[in-house]
Design a protein around this ligand. Structure first.
Ligand SMILES: Cc1cc2nc3c(=O)[nH]c(=O)nc-3n(C[C@H](O)[C@H](O)[C@H](O)COP(=O)(O)O)c2cc1C
Length: 319
């Protein structure tokens, strides 16, 4: 069959796409601290996936309310907000309320206890998926009423989990009754095909979308994504205190060797003797899919290319 590349790729229907009224593709534009913005969310949702962003990318709260308003005026398709549910996030309840008022359909929670988010979102008919990296946490959020889990595997950007996606998804699948989304290691259609084969119903894609026209990232950061290999990705706890995956460079090496940095993180002063404060000028957050990314292109292209590749691969597997 000859594919007409001016046509939208065929839909990929799963339990996830059905949960959101039949969106075309089971592709979440993952929430990324500092990187996600209004243009990305709108572009991913308009392309047939579901765009999401961390509420805390917009400060003060007025900027967040304005972002919600803009997103909702520019797309009628579902969008998602990532709420960090721990005690240090003083905006949690306000963030949730404004998103629900704006009609946000989807929430991703990370870190602590998602109970309030689940209960309040359900009053509005919104769905809540919780980031998990193991079975114990996944069962806990299922008991709290989560609509699904995002299984964050090894190799992911951000706070990657320790477990291979090949094990994590089927391990959770056997024990859970709610849908599973795979996060980590997916940048192309082969990743969607593999994720669905493992038992996931969608993929959450972060790093691939940093190399997009819309991403709020410096050009040097986007170029570093193109240039890097999976071997350049290291986990460091020296930025926030929680291990996060970054592109290794001289600055990261200096941080890793800075024992005062560990002490200062423990004391929560954020200051460090030997090195200046990490910023996105000197630390680039990314996952192992850097090895699979070769161009900076619009979000719509990324979504459509992934869907097209998925169908090509599934066709090939069937013959
Ligand atoms: C730059 C960057 C920032 C991230 N920030 C967040 C965040 O604020 N909240 C969150 O839940 N996950 C965050 N993540 C994780 C992503 O949401 C997603 O789980 C991950 O990127 C998936 O792995 P991938 O990068 O291999 O696609 C971030 C990831 C990256 C690369």
């Amino acid at each position: 069959m000859v594919h007409n590349h001016t046509m939208n790729p065929k839909p990929i229907s799963t339990d996830f796409t059905k949960l959101f009224g039949g969106i075309p593709y089971p592709i979440i534009g993952a929430p990324m601290f500092l990187v996600s913005n209004v243009d990305m969310v709108v572009a991913v949702s308009e392309a047939g996936g579901i765009g999401t962003f961390p509420a805390l990318n917009f400060r003060p709260i007025e900027a967040y309310i304005e972002a919600l308003k803009q997103i909702k005026s520019r797309t009628r398709r579902p969008v998602g907000v990532n709420v960090i549910v721990n005690k240090s996030n003083l905006r949690q309840n306000e963030d949730l309320k404004h998103a629900l008022d704006a009609g946000v359909e989807f929430f991703i929670t990370s870190l602590g206890n998602p109970k309030t988010v689940i209960d309040d979102a359900h009053k509005n008919g919104a769905k809540v998926f919780c980031d998990v990296t193991n079975l114990a946490h996944a069962k806990k959020v299922q008991d709290l009423g989560a609509d699904g889990v995002i299984a964050v595997a090894s190799g992911a950007g951000g706070h990657a989990g320790p477990i291979s996606p090949f094990v994590l998804v089927p391990w959770l699948k056997k024990e859970l009754d709610i849908p599973i989304v795979l996060a980590g290691g997916v940048a192309g259609g082969e990743g969607i095909a593999a994720a669905l084969a493992l038992g996931a119903c969608a993929v959450s894609v972060g790093t691939r979308f940093i190399a997009s026209h819309e991403a709020h990232a410096d050009d040097s950061y986007k170029q570093a994504i193109l240039r890097s290999t999976p071997e350049d990705i290291v986990m460091t706890a020296k930025i926030s205190g929680t291990p996060a995956s970054v592109i290794n460079n001289d600055y990261v090496r200096a941080l890793e060797n800075d024992d005062d940095r560990t002490a200062s993180l423990a004391a929560s002063t954020g200051a460090s003797a030997a090195t200046s404060r990490p910023t996105w000028q000197n630390v680039w957050s990314a996952g192992q899919t850097v090895g699979l990314i070769h161009d900076v292109t619009p979000c719509r292209d990324i979504v459509e290319r992934m869907a097209r590749e998925y169908h090509d691969i599934v066709d090939k597997l069937a013959t």
